[in-house]
Design a protein around this ligand. Structure first.
Ligand code: SIN
Ligand code: CO
Length: 399
């Protein structure tokens, strides 16, 4: 992607303009962001995915004022019981299963990979949707086949319907609405109330085309979640004695107390002073972020590759190159954790350090999710790539 050219994807503005004016600030409707976008998978493909054990899928149904939610995996009987209208199927992390999603997500490379959550795809016959709500993440809602009426609201009243199985806004005040067609896209920052209602259409052959929406979601971690995860990380550092909190509590200056049961002010002060020796630098925060942000979600399982020797692997990389598995998350840190030469790479929650030419190769793999055919001369890099391949983190299938 040319670095800062106007993009049709953003309605002709540059990524820099988008970041300055819209990102995390206000909605943006883009007509024909991807001209005549035909979608990446059919309703049948999506339903097939929703029947797989490891895939996170939901069916949301509306009957008058009542909403119901059913979690997958589903089977044919689940789908055959559904009415003609007013329900939707939502499938998370479609990018983990559909190789073509990689190219779609690459178009959003102006947002750091560390912020990406997933590509969710929904299917809905007429009237279907998840109701009026708000999300805690940034999302690009790209319309596939069919149409969807999007309503957004400027309301600050975010009260939810009591007892509903999903988060439905009690009061929704439409301030703007648009009918999105295939290839149109709506960007929404977090906390903006919105409501998408499927509108079925007919294609040129006269066949019904139900609505499919592609949600490219960027997670915005809660500060509280970051803090609690970071403190867990620091606890590990303490257990590994990296924090060098040595010695033990001492009170050679113990003064006589009137009440033996009382925890004295002097004791509280001493312990407090000791605890304040737990200091962290940006290096710790950097290490934590690399690990945390590249950690796979709990439900992600990698398929181990067993049958290949290091020599055959090396020959294949020299001939074909290698790619990240669709489920892999690879990030890197360029800031000097130890010094300015070493680059810290994080593959699915595990950190490794490389430098010079080897680091350049790994940066390419992380940025582009693929490296071109090349002979890997650095034995430790080759071994690392091989280990990742065996663990199922890399693949020859997606080059
Ligand atoms: C949403 O509004 O977050 C759901 C989008 C969809 O129904 O596809
Ligand atoms: Co939403």
């Amino acid at each position: 992607m040319a670095k800062n050219q106007p993009l049709p994807l953003l309605g002709g503005i540059t990524p820099a303009q988008f970041l300055a004016e819209y990102w995390q600030k206000k909605p943006l409707l883009i007509k024909q962001a991807i001209a005549n976008f035909a979608g990446l998978l059919s309703p049948e493909d999506l339903a097939g995915l929703a029947c797989e054990d490891e895939v996170q899928a939901r069916i949301v149904q509306q009957k008058g004022e009542k909403w119901s939610l059913k979690n997958g995996p589903f089977d044919d009987a689940d789908f055959s019981q559904l009415p003609k209208k007013d329900w939707t199927l939502l499938v998370q992390s479609v990018n983990h299963y559909v190789p073509e999603a990689t190219d779609l997500l690459k178009q959003f490379d102006f947002i750091p990979h560390a912020r990406l959550d997933d590509l969710m795809v929904s299917y809905a016959p007429d009237g279907g949707g998840v109701g009026p709500h708000f999300d805690s993440y940034d999302v690009f809602l790209l319309q596939g086949q069919g149409k969807r009426l999007w309503r957004i609201s400027e309301q600050t009243d975010l009260t939810l319907v009591d007892g509903a199985p999903l988060r439905i806004l009690k009061n929704f005040d439409t301030s703007q609405e648009w009918l999105l067609e295939a290839g149109d896209m709506l960007y929404l920052p977090p906390q903006i109330a919105h409501w998408g209602i499927a509108v079925s259409t007919r294609n040129e052959e006269g066949d019904a085309e139900d609505c499919m929406t592609y949600s490219i979601g960027f997670r915005a971690p809660k500060n509280q979640e970051l803090a609690s995860e970071f403190l867990g990380f620091m606890q590990d550092k303490l257990a590994q004695e990296e924090l060098k909190l040595t010695g033990m509590y001492q009170d050679a200056d113990l003064a006589l107390q009137n009440h033996p049961a009382e925890i004295s002010e002097a004791m509280v002060k001493k312990v407090s002073e000791n605890l304040q020796k737990i200091k962290w630098s940006d290096n710790y925060v950097a290490q934590f972020l690399g690990t945390y942000l590249s950690e796979p979600k709990a439900d992600v399982i990698f398929d181990v590759n067993k049958k290949m020797t290091l020599r055959v692997f090396s020959e294949k990389v020299a001939k074909l190159g290698i790619a990240l598995d669709l489920k892999s998350q690879m990030l890197f840190l360029n800031i000097g954790l130890n010094d300015n030469i070493n680059i810290h790479f994080f593959m699915n929650g595990e950190g490794v350090i490389f430098e010079n030419q080897s680091a350049e190769i790994l940066k390419e793999l992380a940025d582009k999710r693929v490296i071109n055919a090349k002979k890997i001369d650095d034995a430790s890099l080759l071994q690392q790539l091989y280990d990742w391949y065996i663990a199922g983190y890399l693949s020859f299938d997606f080059i």
